[in-house]
Design a protein around this ligand. Structure first.
Ligand code: SF4
Length: 560
């Protein structure tokens, strides 16, 4: 496996092998390349900064649910290291071409497309796809490069180098609906002058494991474990929108700009998983659930949404999106939320950051809760690059600063996602302590969510294991992050490594600490590892809980 090196200033493409003796992929590969070749002090949008796309350790193989792609660099939103991952078809194709990562530096004066196939890689003029919405741009790129290619692309937000900007990945139907969403990764790619990466794996092939028989057996065991997993059926049937009711029930559904932890029943029932399914059923005769985002997914959890005429609106219509653009804005209109999700996908905007930022605008008198039309128009303003649009497109913390708001739902500059910190206290340790900023996937903890006892230890273990898991390319909905036997069997038989279960866990610890070291060099120290003060003093109804894990305990997080 190799790492493609692309210098956009000189238009030069080179490659180097993945370092021998190291097991690197996904988040770990990004951290490795940022540490070895990146600069913690460079401006995230400067030519010296790196943009990295990395396939997981298991990407491009026959392993199930294993083809998430990580992208990252130094975040313009947080100022620290950033890794954001998504499904889609690009990682599988890159793996089939023997490419573990693409590392980009420099900057091009003209927008380029990086074309990658079995014959090599080339930089080509991006042409008329610049400025287009993502869906149309992907159609055009397929006309140009063939209908089977996988596409990694930035939208208008990335072109404008906004701090809220994503990198979109096409799904098996070619839709740019899967997004490496958080931390402004689209701006990092945009600052390189790189509009898209087009991956054609026509003459590629599945990666050949070092020990084929052992790998085949590990794949079989892995697929069976996923198929019979406790949550597989629920995820397939309802997808993540099922958490609207679950989080509402435990007072952890951010509502009205994080002012409540539940939505009024008559409103919630219009935006929950049942509402989504009934709406789709009435319009197209099926629930819209059970779609897949990548090759080889055993679960198939992605929900789609259709308009009143039965036309496709969006897919990957997830809990976080529905909550942050719905209840968090007081919006109970599923059609409007789906249109906003589609608009975010078209322009390359993070739905979590967008919903969090628009919520904050309420405190500045620029948005009324429940005004879906206003929320939609604000998203259009971002795409048009109006002054207000650019402020909103700069993310929650930046917008709050410009607008003079001190009640800011963000950690390390990144908007707090859709599991309320005050009623998910273990989960909130990931928001406070993780080098990535407030991130709902960084370390899920559900045990005793209202208790302040033992949460730092729970959060620490969850983050260590999720960091290791983010290196593999596996989807977190497999719930295999503690299946050490399966994970080490897959990795060892594929790569010829000899990882013990302890080694695997150590990979998580080392990767997390590498991120911490990068952030310290970038000037982000322990003072940034905290929730906003108002979350300690403002109880969240209806549970009326404030965050009360002592800060000294939070500060002890890194003691491992
Ligand atoms: S379970 Fe869902 S998110 Fe995970 S790989 Fe399958 S479709 Fe994608």
């Amino acid at each position: 496996m190799k790492i493609l090196k692309v210098n956009m200033t000189e238009g030069k493409i080179d490659s180097m092998p993945v370092p021998e003796g190291k097991v690197l992929g996904g988040r770990g590969m990004i951290d490795h390349l940022m540490t070895e070749y990146g600069s913690a002090t460079a401006h995230p949008l400067s030519p010296e900064a790196l943009f990295v796309a990395a396939v997981g350790i298991l990407g491009g193989t026959a392993a199930p649910n294993a083809h998430r792609i990580s992208v990252g660099g130094k975040s313009p939103l947080t100022g620290g290291i950033k890794e954001a991952n998504a499904g889609g078809i690009a990682a599988h194709k890159l793996g089939r071409l023997g490419i573990q990562a693409i590392m980009v530096d420099g900057t091009s004066d003209e927008w380029k497309v990086l074309k990658v196939d079995a014959n090599g890689a080339s930089l080509e003029p991006a042409g008329d796809v610049v400025g287009m919405k993502n869906y149309e741009a992907c159609d055009k790129l397929r006309e140009r490069y063939g209908d089977k290619v996988g596409i990694i692309i930035i939208g208008r937000a990335g072109e404008m180098k906004l701090c809220n900007s994503t990198v979109a990945i096409t799904d098996p139907e070619g839709r740019p609906a899967r997004h490496c969403a958080r931390g402004g990764v689209g701006a990092i790619m945009g600052a390189k002058g790189l509009k898209a990466v087009v991956v054609d794996d026509k003459d590629g092939k599945l990666r050949k494991p070092v020990n084929e028989e052992a790998f085949k057996a590990a794949v079989k065991e892995c697929a069976e474990a996923i198929r019979t997993g406790d949550f597989t059926e629920a995820f397939h049937t309802y997808g993540t929108p099922m958490f609207i009711d679950a989080d509402n029930e435990r007072g952890s559904l951010p509502t009205y700009n994080h002012r409540q932890g539940s939505f009024e029943d008559e409103k919630r029932l219009k935006v929950n998983a049942n509402a989504l399914q009934e709406t789709n059923n009435a319009r197209v005769g099926n629930t819209g659930c059970g779609h897949t985002c990548m090759p080889g997914c055993v679960i198939q959890c992605s929900p789609m949404f259709f308009d009143k005429d039965g036309n496709y609106v969006t897919s990957g219509f997830e809990y976080e999106t529905i909550c942050m653009l719905g209840p968090n804005l007081g919006v109970d209109d599923l059609d409007a939320i789906a249109r906003m999700d589609r608009a975010c996908d078209e322009y390359g905007l993070d739905t979590i950051e967008t919903g969090c930022t628009i919520g904050v605008l309420n405190d500045a008198g620029l948005f009324e809760f429940g005004d879906a039309a206003r929320a939609e128009s604000l998203i259009e303003e971002i795409a048009q690059g109006t002054p207000l649009g650019r402020i909103v497109g700069s993310g929650t913390a930046h917008a709050a600063k410009v607008l003079g708001i001190d009640r800011v739902p963000a950690v390390k500059g990144q908007g707090i996602p859709a599991h309320a910190a005050r009623t998910s206290k273990g989960w909130a340790i990931a928001y406070t302590s993780n080098p990535q900023g407030a991130d709902h996937t960084a370390g899920v903890v559900l045990d005793e969510p209202l208790s302040k006892e033992g949460q730092v230890e729970r959060g620490r273990q969850a983050q260590i294991l999720m960091t290791a898991f983010d290196c593999t390319g596996l989807c977190m909905f497999t719930f295999l992050n503690e299946a050490f036997g399966i994970l080490t069997s897959l990795i060892n038989s594929l790569t010829g490594s000899n990882l013990s279960e302890d080694d695997y866990v150590q990979m998580g610890k080392d990767t997390l600490k590498q991120e911490r070291a990068f952030n310290l060099k970038a000037g982000i120290g322990p003072e940034a590892d905290r929730l906003p003060d108002w979350m300690r003093t403002e109880p969240l109804p209806p549970m009326n809980e404030a965050f009360d894990v002592p800060q000294e305990e939070v500060d002890d997080f890194w003691n491992f």
